[in-house]
Design a protein around this ligand. Sequence first.
Ligand code: IPD
Ligand code: CA
Ligand code: CA
Length: 262
Amino acid sequence: MESECALEVAVEIVKDVGKILRAGMHADKKARYKSHRHDVVTIFDRRAEEMIVTAINKAFPDHGILSEEGTAKVGTSSYRWVIDPLDGTNNFLSGYPQFAISLALMRGAEAQVACIYDPLREEMFTAICGEGAFLNGEPKHVSAQGSLDGALIGAGFSSRPERALITHAVLEHLIPHARAIRAAGSACLDLAYVAAGRLDATWYVSLSPWDVAAGNLLISEAGGQVSNLEGAPLTDPEVGILATNGRIHAEMLALVGKKRSL
Ligand code: IPD
Ligand code: CA
Ligand code: CA
C-alpha cells in the first residue's frame, strides 16, 4: 500500500516538474559549473529539486531523501527517496530534447518504487517491486535480442573526461559487433529504454546513485539484468554499470569488462 501511494505522489510531482522543465528549455537557464567545466547545473535543476523535496516532505515527513543538488535528509523510517531532479542537464542546457526526472523510493538497499518521466515526450516509466514495469500504464519488457550482432547499444559518456575516455576505448571493441551505438546523454532514460526494449543494453563507467536507482528497478521488473562491469551485483555505480536485456549480458561483459581504466 505504501508503494502504491508513493508512486502516486511521485507521478503527480514529476508531471508538475515536467511543466517547468518544458517551459525552461526556452528560458534563460542561468547555468554554472559545479566540480569542473563539463559538470553543469542550472536554476531548473535546483527548482525541480525544491519542488520534489517539498512534495515528498509533505506526503511522507518521516522518509529520508538523497537528491543530486544537495538535499540529504535522514528520515525516521526505513524509506528513503533517491532523486535526480533533472538527468541530462547538458542536453537541457543546449535545448537537445533528451532529459528526464528520476525518482526511486528505497527501503534499505532495495528499490520499492521507480518513476522516470520524460516531459517532452510525456513518457512516464514506472515500477513497483514485484509488479512489473510500465510505460504510461502499459506493461513493458526488455527486448528479445539474443546476441550482440544486431543489438542497439546505449553508450554512456561520463561528464568526467578521463572516465568518458574509458567508454571511448570500449567502443573500439564494441562497434564491430553491435548493429548501432547511441549516446543520448541521459543515463536514466538509457536505463528506462533498456527496460522498455528500445535499447538492448547500455553501460556507463561513472554514475551516481540518483542516476541509476529508478532505472535499475525498472530493468529488473522488465526482465533484464544489471551488474557492475565485472558481472557482480551493483553496489557502487561510480565504478561502472552494465544493464542489458539479460540475453546479451555475458557478451557485453566480455567487452566492457576488459576496460575499466585507461
Ligand atoms: C548525467 C547524465 C549523463 C551521464 C553523466 C551524468 P546529470 O547526469 O546522466 O548521461 O553521462 O555521467 O552525470 O548531471 O545530467 O544529472
Ligand atoms: Ca544524472
Ligand atoms: Ca541531475
